[in-house]
Design a protein around this ligand. Structure first.
Ligand SMILES: [Zn+2]
Length: 250
């Protein structure tokens, strides 16, 4: 099993222990996500240190109005590292940053250009911005992973354009029926699962810091929503993640 989106640099404690608990739960691959230049450097250190860990590097939308947004050239240099598998996370957040959506869009466009140049997939954060996200992504021809898929309004664009949809712990919450319905409509070759650790712990461990081992709870909820066995869906997600990110097999 793979956790396609974790912020290992933001999880407390010893990353070695956290990854050992993941392996004990059969989660043997993790994509760790950088959210700013320092976080990206840390993600690369973790990917260099631990087996099964690769890195996606980006400057997230919450930093779009800060000095960090001027560091895209540094990001470009870091993306040359051999453990890098994607650009991101990047995207638009109208919930936490409605007043900076202009700056967020500029930063997203700059990272889409990097992904295009380097032939890397992009990992997209979209919250309360589905229409704007769909418009921003329209010209991008590469692989798109919609991380923490939480906007059923993005489903049509995702289906039409062949985007990957990665579901996080919030798909397990009792009130997430609309999200589970969306998960049931994602094609078998486009579905992914993630934790977004240390955030969004799934229902059975809700309220605690999240960690990659918990992706199994999200997998179980997705399998139930789709009417598939856990084993079937686990194998599909492993295949999909390998293809989307160009990963080594475990
Ligand atoms: Zn994230």
């Amino acid at each position: 099993m793979i956790d396609t989106h974790a912020h290992l640099d933001a999880c407390g404690g010893d990353p070695g222990e956290l990854l050992a608990r993941a392996r004990a739960a059969r989660v043997v691959r993790v994509v760790t996500i950088g959210t700013g230049i320092d976080s990206c450097r840390r993600a690369l250190e973790l990917a260099d240190t631990y087996d099964g860990v690769s890195a996606a590097l980006g400057i997230d939308p919450h930093r779009a109005a800060s000095a960090e947004a001027g560091r895209v050239d540094e990001l470009h240099d870091l993306l040359a590292h051999p453990r890098v598998v994607a650009v991101g996370e990047t995207g638009l957040d109208g919930y936490h940053g409605a007043e900076t959506l202009g700056e967020q869009r500029a930063l997203l466009d700059a990272q889409l250009a990097l992904a295009d140049d380097l032939g890397l997939p992009v990992v997209i954060h979209s919250r309360a911005a589905s229409g704007q996200t769909a418009r921003a992504l329209a010209p991008f021809r590469g692989t798109v992973v919609l991380h923490c898929f939480s906007e059923p309004e993005l489903l049509e664009a995702a289906l039409e354009r062949g985007y990957y949809a990665s579901f996080a712990g919030n798909v397990t919450y009792p009130n997430a029926g609309a999200l589970r319905d969306a998960a049931a409509r994602i094609p078998a070759d486009r579905i992914l699962a993630e934790t977004d650790s240390p955030y969004l712990a799934p229902q059975p461990v809700r309220g605690r810091p999240n960690e990659p081992a918990n992706v199994v709870h999200t997998l179980a909820a997705l399998a139930a929503a789709r009417g598939e066995t856990i084993e079937e869906l686990e194998a599909r997600i492993d295949e999909n993640a390998t293809r989307a990110f160009g990963l080594d097999r475990p």
